[in-house]
Design a protein around this ligand. Sequence first.
Ligand SMILES: Cc1cc2nc3c(=O)[nH]c(=O)nc-3n(C[C@H](O)[C@H](O)[C@H](O)COP(=O)(O)OP(=O)(O)OC[C@H]3O[C@@H](n4cnc5c(N)ncnc54)[C@H](O)[C@@H]3O)c2cc1C
Length: 315
Amino acid sequence: MIDLQLQAVEALRSISRNEKIKKYLLQNPSLYKIVLRAAMRFIGGETLAECFHIAQQITVNGHAFTIDFIGESTRDEKAVNLATEEFLRVVSKIKKTRSTASISLDLSHIGSVIDKELGHTNAVRIAEASRKAGIEMMISMEGIDRTDSILEEYFRLSKTYENVGITIQAYLHRTKKDLQEVLKRRGKIRLVKGAYKVPETEALPLGSKTDKAYKKYIETILSQNYLCSIATHDENLLMHADTIIKRHKLKINKMEFEMLHGVTPDRLLQLHQKGYKTREYLPYGKEWYLYLCHRLAENPANIYQALADAAGNVL
Ligand SMILES: Cc1cc2nc3c(=O)[nH]c(=O)nc-3n(C[C@H](O)[C@H](O)[C@H](O)COP(=O)(O)OP(=O)(O)OC[C@H]3O[C@@H](n4cnc5c(N)ncnc54)[C@H](O)[C@@H]3O)c2cc1C
């Protein structure tokens, strides 16, 4: 059974990278609609209006939310500028609706892979608009080939924008050193395990070794009362954070638990009911295909759920 699960995960990873399958999906409206139904468990729809509609329920549950206009590795300058405009629309909508929300983005979605300065200019536009609106802008962490340039851009932005935060990946060996530099800045730190395929020499394997590193980073960050987001669904790590906070009587005003929309929502609610600040990460947009494949690959049981969701009112 385990072998079968691993095979399913590998198959999903390869499906997610297969451009022919993606094109086929895009050209078949009926199939597209069915697969979109499965994606809707994890995304806020394809438009900003849909996303805000779904965000209402998140707010009713007492959580803050983070909006990401899905996309990464965009190599077309027009698309990059359109994505920047879309993020500016998100900022203005959050401000207008006075939502307890922040934004999150991949630098490679707004120009960094075309030209460093184009990426910087667009990041500044969004960071400036966010600062004026009193909104946090989180930068996602991408593959290891981009870690240096993402951190460099974060350090550059953080000289002017305290509302800009950074995601760090517990599985990378280099994080031990990077964290020391990141802690010298004021922006929020979002701690994740790490989702990208990385050479064995660069990272700990996912499992007990990464979890041990994650726990150590939780303690480092929390003990300094640093602005942070513990972004995991892992029960063992959630319990560890809770234990550390209680054992050392740490303040919890600057920390929050953040989870992906549609993944373990009951657990997030429990944390909220315990008095913790909680947040859901809610991505939207038409580029949901890869995002859906990642969520399914993370937890093979989701494949059954996706089939049921996709069948929806078809059955
Ligand atoms: C807010 C947020 C932002 C993120 N940003 C980044 C980023 O910028 N860069 C990056 O590399 N990674 C990012 N990630 C992804 C992260 O690195 C992990 O891949 C992902 O969170 C799964 O790891 P986990 O800590 O939940 O632990 P896991 O060991 O993957 O999961 C622990 C348990 O959580 C549950 N679970 C986890 N995923 C699922 C799922 N899809 N469906 C159902 N149950 C599930 C299962 O019960 C599982 O046993 C982000 C995650 C979050 C929550």
